[in-house]
Ligand binder design. Structure first.
Ligand code: ZN
Length: 156
């Protein structure tokens, strides 16, 4: 417990100091904004989705440490993944943060497991989940540039 808590703090601090993929993406074809009024977190995502794959993405905004670290780690985790794989991570992360997924069980979260601790901090759950909600919105946005392609069926 102490070890995982220390790792958690270390990772959060690190991603706050040096957020990955921070900024706005040139030529992005998906955008979404997320807001968590409870804390004042605000996340803007820009993605470049080619076919079924998230080629690149970036985030910007103002948020607390947990929100920013979650957004930073999320961009690293879903970059290069297919939309289907990203959606799977969204639902797994949501499950873990709300205590509905066993972090020691089977999942694809990898290092994102450090966020398992927020399940015990009800006021922080929304901070951690916000970037993932925003990603989900961006992937399902109606106003995306490549509307024709997004209709195609999923293939594994
Ligand atoms: Zn927050």
């Amino acid at each position: 417990m102490n070890d995982s808590r220390m790792l958690y703090q270390e990772v959060i601090l690190d991603h706050n100091r040096k957020p990955r993929n921070y900024g706005r993406l040139e030529g992005a074809n998906r955008h979404a904004e997320g807001h968590n009024p409870l804390c004042g977190d605000h996340v803007r995502l820009s993605l470049n989705v080619a076919g079924d794959r998230i080629e690149s993405l970036a985030f910007e905004g103002e948020g607390c440490a947990i929100c920013k670290a979650s957004a930073s780690m999320m961009t690293g985790a879903v970059k290069g993944k297919t939309v289907h794989e990203a959606e799977e991570l969204v639902s797994e992360f949501r499950g873990m943060a709300t205590g509905n997924l066993d972090p020691e069980g089977e999942h694809h979260l990898g290092r994102l497991k450090v966020f398992a601790g927020v399940a015990d901090l009800p006021s922080r759950v929304k901070c951690a989940i916000l970037p993932w909600h925003t990603l989900h919105a961006a992937l399902n946005a109606e106003e995306s540039v490549s509307t024709e392609e997004s209709v195609s069926t999923e293939e594994e």
